[in-house]
Design a protein around this ligand. Structure first.
Ligand code: GLA
Length: 399
C-alpha cells in the first residue's frame, strides 16, 4: 500500500521476520541457541481513552506488529539482555534490583518485570534474553507493554512459575508504575496479554473481567488504518500524570471512589457540583467516554461494526476539546481521514502525539492515506506513516 507521499508502515527496527531476528540476535550475543521464543503484540485502543485509571471501560485490540524475546536460563541471579536497537547487552543482578530505577533506558522494562516478579515472591530464574521488535517505539502502540509481556511470558515459562495469564497484566503494570515510574493504567498490559485474534477486548478495569467482543472487519467489508502522526511526544509524561491527578481530585470532590462511579445519567448533577471549568471538562470526557465504550460494545455484539464510526469520532472530539490531549498533527490526520470518507477516526493511546486510527471501507485505504499525507504536506508536517491492522492474539510462546 505504498503511496507517493505516505510510506506503508511505521518504521520497523530492522527487516526480516521478527522471530528470526530475535533468535539470530540471541545467537550473535551468546553463541548458542535460545531455549524458546515468546511474542507479545503492540495494541491499538478502539475506544476508551484515559478511562482505565478511572476504574472504567476500555476496548483495545492487539496488533500483528510484535515484540519477540528469545531466551534461555543462566545460573544465578543474573539477567543479560540484548536488544537489536542497542549493543552491547545490558546485564544486571539481584543486588541491582533492590531499588527501582537502578536499571535505566529500555532495559528498565525488563528489569522492572524481574523486580515485580521477585516482589511478588516468585523465584525468578536467571536468564539471557534477546529482544527484537516490529512495534514502533514512541508511537503510542504500547511497545513498552509488549516488551514487558514477552519477557514476563519467557520468565514464567523458563521458571515454571505459577502465574496465569489473567494475573500477568497487574504484575507487568507494577513493573511500569513502580520500577520504570510511569503512572499508567492497566489497559496496555491487559491488551497485549489477554487479546484474541478477531476480537476486541472489553475490559472492566475495576474488576478486570473481560469479554472478547467479535471485531470482524473482513465480514463487514471494513478495515482499520493506523496513521502514525510522527508528532513528537510533547510533555507526554507530565501531562498524563496531570490528567490522572485531575481525575482523582474530581472523584474526591464528588465523593466517589473513581469517576467510573459517575454515570451519564448523573453527569449534569456532578458537573453542577464542580466549580472549576477545567475539572468539569475532564470529568465530562471520562464519563461520556465510558458510555461510548459501552455503546460500541453493544454495536459490536450485534455485528453492527459499521455503525461504531460516529462513536469513534465523538471520542476524538472529547479528547480534543474536553480532555485536551491531542496535538495539531493528530487533529489534522483525523479531519483529513473523515473528509476522505472514513466512517470514524480518533486518536488512540495516551495522547500528545502517537497514532490515529480510522475505520474505513476496505477499498478506501489508499484514498484515506493519501488524503492524510496531503493534509500533512499542506500544514508542513513531516510525512506520516500508516499501516493496516487486524485484531491479533495476545502474548504467546512461539517455539
Ligand atoms: C497509555 C496508558 C494506558 C491508558 C492510555 C490512555 O497508553 O499506558 O494505561 O491510560 O494511555 O487511555
Amino acid at each position: 500500500m505504498n503511496g507517493p507521499a505516505a510510506s506503508a508502515a511505521p518504521p520497523a527496527a530492522a527487516s526480516g521476520d521478527v522471530a528470526d531476528r530475535a533468535a539470530a540476535g540471541f545467537h550473535a550475543a551468546y553463541g548458542e541457541e535460545p531455549a524458546g521464543r515468546w511474542a507479545a503484540p503492540g495494541r491499538a485502543n478502539l475506544i476508551g481513552e484515559h478511562t482505565d485509571y478511572n476504574d472504567g471501560f476500555v476496548l483495545p485490540f492487539a496488533l500483528t506488529l510484535r515484540t519477540v524475546v528469545a531466551a534461555a536460563p543462566q545460573p544465578g541471579e543474573r539477567w543479560t539482555v540484548r536488544s537489536e536497537l542497542s549493543d552491547p547487552p545490558v546485564e544486571f543482578d539481584g543486588g541491582q534490583l533492590d531499588t527501582p530505577g537502578r536499571v535505566t533506558g529500555w532495559a528498565a522494562y525488563v528489569a522492572g518485570v524481574v523486580w515485580a516478579l521477585r516482589e511478588a515472591g516468585y523465584d525468578v530464574p536467571g536468564a539471557r534474553l534477546a529482544i527484537a521488535s516490529d512495534v514502533p517505539v514512541g508511537s503510542g502502540l504500547s511497545s513498552s507493554a509488549a516488551i514487558e509481556a514477552a519477557v514476563l511470558a519467557a520468565l514464567v515459562d523458563l521458571g515454571g512459575l505459577d502465574l496465569p495469564a489473567e494475573r500477568q497484566p497487574r504484575l507487568a503494570q507494577r513493573a511500569e508504575n513502580a520500577y520504570v515510574g510511569a503512572p499508567t493504567g492497566i489497559m496496555d498490559q491487559s491488551a497485549v496479554i489477554r487479546c484474541r485474534a478477531g476480537h476486541a477486548l472489553f475490559l472492566d478495569c475495576r474488576s478486570e473481567s473481560v469479554e472478547h467482543v467479535p471485531f470482524d472487519l473482513d465480514a463487514a467489508g471494513l478495515a482499520v488504518l493506523v496513521v502514525d502522526s510522527r508528532a513528537p511526544h510533547r510533555h507526554a509524561d507530565g501531562e498524563y500524570a496531570a490528567r490522572r491527578a485531575a481525575c482523582e481530585r474530581a472523584a474526591a470532590l464528588l465523593g466517589v471512589p473513581a469517576l467510573r462511579d459517575v454515570g451519564v445519567a448523573d453527569l449534569d448533577g456532578a458537573l453542577a457540583r464542580l466549580d472549576d471549568d477545567e475539572i468539569r471538562r475532564r470529568v465530562r470526557h471520562v464519563v461520556t467516554e465510558d458510555q461510548r465504550v459501552l455503546d460500541t460494545v453493544d454495536l459490536l455484539r450485534a455485528g453492527r461494526v459499521r455503525e461504531i464510526g460516529p462513536l469513534l469520532t465523538a471520542s476524538h472530539a472529547s479528547m480534543r476539546d474536553d480532555f485536551e490531549i491531542t496535538v495539531p498533527e493528530i487533529d489534522t490526520a483525523v479531519e483529513a481521514a473523515l473528509a476522505a470518507g472514513a466512517l470514524g477516526a480518533r486518536m488512540t493511546g495516551g495522547g500528545f502525539g502517537g497514532c490515529v486510527l480510522a475505520l474505513i471501507e476496505a477499498d478506501q485505504a489508499d484514498a484515506v492515506a493519501h488524503a492524510v499525507a496531503d493534509a500533512y504536506a499542506d500544514r508542513g508536517f513531516p510525512t506520516p506513516t500508516h499501516v493496516m491492522v487486524l485484531p491479533a492474539p495476545g502474548a504467546t510462546r512461539l517455539s
